[in-house]
Ligand binder design. Structure first.
Ligand SMILES: Nc1ncnc2c1ncn2[C@@H]1O[C@H](COP(=O)(O)OP(=O)(O)OP(=O)(O)O)[C@@H](O)[C@H]1O
Length: 288
């Protein structure tokens, strides 16, 4: 399989607060959307900073479009559209002025496409960006990222703080973007329902470590939560248990192959594992 983005054992330390991004590895294929999920402070933004080379790393390799990106690598940067959580542009600019500035930064800047986005999504070109609502600002950032014809979109919490209608509109723009088979998206998000809708792959990150990286189909069709009594839990092969959590009257056990588990443990009760529940079990659960 060809990958648009590959992280291999990427590490980054912040000695002052003791945070370590610890040998993070994952790969994003062409034509796919990967969701980077994790709690606040898990290391998502740090990982994105390493990918974009805005943050130096202490170890590991990152390949974009099959190459390692150097500091002056404008050709690779041209092919990446980036949207950060929060303010992406100075508020005193209008969208029309922003278009002129972007034209100077990106060879492939397409003012006609940018203008079309502004019109289609009712963003006033002559109004200062600081007067935009949060949703309008996020849309503007996304359209600016798309208007230099990138192949890879990297989005840090692009739908955070948006209402469901606005989120849905933005998710549709993402889905439209990945219709092209050489386009991919890496997005970090806390909103697992968004990822259920658009992600093909999910990477769970916790305290700087990748806990799990898998295709969403694999998670949806194979991963399951087994509800066990204590005696059933004791009889499980330890190798079948990814993580477990003791509750009042049962033990929830995350397994990677629900159908196998159903065959093997005839009296087992198995439920579909939602992203939220997988995350909860990986983060709060215990390992054997
Ligand atoms: N420039 C920095 N200097 C020192 N510590 C930093 C710096 N940037 C991030 N950190 C620390 O690294 C850890 C991971 O932060 P990061 O922003 O990557 O997490 P995140 O998963 O993106 O969180 P959130 O969902 O809240 O945005 C945190 O403990 C944070 O304090």
């Amino acid at each position: 399989m060809d990958y648009i983005l590959e992280l291999d054992q990427v590490s980054k330390r912040f000695p002052k607060d003791g945070f370590v991004l610890d040998r993070v590895s994952f790969s994003l294929p062409y034509g796919a959307v990967m969701g980077l999920v994790g709690q606040n402070g898990a290391g998502k933004t740090t990982a994105i900073g390493c990918i974009l080379n805005t943050s130096s790393r202490d170890g590991g390799t990152i390949r974009l479009f099959g190459q390692e990106m150097g500091d002056q690598d404008t050709a690779i940067r041209e092919k990446i559209g980036v949207v950060y959580d929060g303010d992406n542009f100075p508020g005193y600019l209008t969208a029309a002025q922003l278009s002129e500035i972007m034209g100077g930064l990106y060879q492939a800047w397409d003012p006609v496409l940018f203008q079309k986005y502004l019109q289609d999504f009712h963003l006033p070109a002559g109004q200062k960006i600081e007067t935009y609502s949060r949703g309008m600002t996020m849309k503007l950032a996304l359209f600016a990222a798309l208007s230099h014809h990138p192949k890879l979109l990297i989005l840090d919490e692009p739908t955070g703080g948006l209402d469901p209608v606005m989120r849905d509109e933005i998710l549709d723009v993402f889905l439209d973007f990945v219709q092209e088979e050489d386009h991919s998206i890496l997005l970090s998000s806390h909103i697992t329902s968004d990822l259920e809708k658009i992600a093909d792959y999910i990477t769970f990150i916790h305290e700087g470590n990748v806990l799990l990286t898998a295709s969403k189909n694999d998670l949806a069709y194979h991963y399951a939560v087994m509800r066990c009594k204590e005696s059933q839990f004791d009889a499980l092969d330890r190798g079948d248990i990814i993580a477990y959590r003791k509750r009042d009257f049962q033990i929830d056990v995350l397994v990677s192959d629900g159908k196998e588990a159903e065959k093997k443990y005839r009296d087992a009760v198995l439920d579909h594992a939602s992203l939220d529940e997988i995350m909860l079990l990986l983060v709060k659960g215990e390992r054997v």
